[in-house]
Design a binder for this molecule. Structure first.
Ligand code: MG
Length: 295
């Protein structure tokens, strides 16, 4: 099943999307401003979905929002979770990337306000704030059932489904502050969508992630092309690790890390500029595509 959130007729809605991604059906959720959160909770509880709240519509006729446009709290994010990506940073200030990897994943967070829709514009913060804006194409895990101290053997029981995100990053700010939180949390720095595909329909541990950058006035360049089988810390490990002493809640999001091919990995680095468009596509889910603009 695909669940989504969108604006139509001047109001927010949440509901289901057809398997071909072409039609959406609004459902009678209590707080559509929260997007698909109520649907996540109901599906996780095995409860029936609410009845339709209106006619089916072409997806092209609505404005998709992020499926969870206002997460309840920070997004959990995993750093350097693909070996080729850790290795591409070996020539940068993140040169400790590979060695640091033994044993435990790097986990940081992004504030909820970073989240924007699958076709919304990402705002470049201006060069006085950062000159090194980069993309990170990622599979995002959506937690369904709450739980704490979840063993890896039961981790997937807590995963409701998957969506696509771009963990946009200000590299100079990441480095300057030691902690990554500020450089990952600028407004609009987490495009997400186009919907959540439930875990019964997609094996998040065996799919393909690709990312393209279309420079202003240029052609699309495939920059990232990875498979989630290549994660250093797999999804059960991430759920087990993050839930150690912390209760995961329905609607929590775990961005699972990015394959190689980020702008920082090029020599010289290829930072995003005004007018660039980044497309992230995951097989079995769909694509998000966001234009970057300096305001
Ligand atoms: Mg990332």
């Amino acid at each position: 099943m695909r669940i989504a959130s969108w604006n139509w007729g001047g109001r927010p809605h949440a509901g289901t999307v057809s398997a071909d991604g072409r039609e959406c059906t609004p459902l009678a959720v209590k707080d559509p401003d929260r997007g698909a959160l109520e649907l996540v909770r109901r599906l996780a509880d095995g409860a029936p979905l609410p009845p339709p709240a209106g006619p089916r519509l072409p997806v092209d006729a609505v404005t998709l929002r992020a499926p969870l446009p206002r997460p309840r709290r920070n997004l959990f994010c995993v750093g350097r979770n693909y070996r080729a990506h850790a290795e591409e940073l070996a020539g940068t200030v993140f040169r400790d990337a590979v060695a640091q990897h033994e044993g435990w994943p790097i986990v940081f967070t992004k504030v909820p306000e970073t989240v924007i829709g699958p076709h919304d514009t990402v705002r470049l913060p201006g060069r006085a704030v950062s000159e090194q804006i980069d993309y990170e194409c990622e599979l995002a895990v959506v937690i369904g059932r709450a739980g704490r101290d979840i063993p890896r053997s039961r981790a997937l029981e807590h995963v409701l489904g998957y969506t696509v995100c771009n963990d946009v990053s200000a590299r100079d700010v990441q480095v300057r502050h030691q902690q990554w939180h500020l450089g990952k949390s600028f407004d609009t720095f987490c495009p997400m969508g186009p919907w959540i595909v439930t875990a019964d329909e997609l094996d998040g541990q065996a799919t393909r992630i690709r990312g393209w950058v279309t420079p202003a006035g240029g052609h699309a360049e495939l920059r990232q092309d990875g498979r989630t089988q290549a994660m250093i810390f797999d999804i059960p490990c991430l759920v087990e690790t993050i839930s150690r002493g912390i209760t995961l809640q329905p609607g929590d999001i775990i961005a699972t890390g990015t394959p190689s091919g980020v702008g920082m990995g090029f020599t010289p680095p290829r930072w995003l500029r005004h007018g660039d468009v980044v497309r992230v596509e995951i097989d079995g889910i769909g694509a998000i595509e966001n234009r970057f603009e300096e305001h």
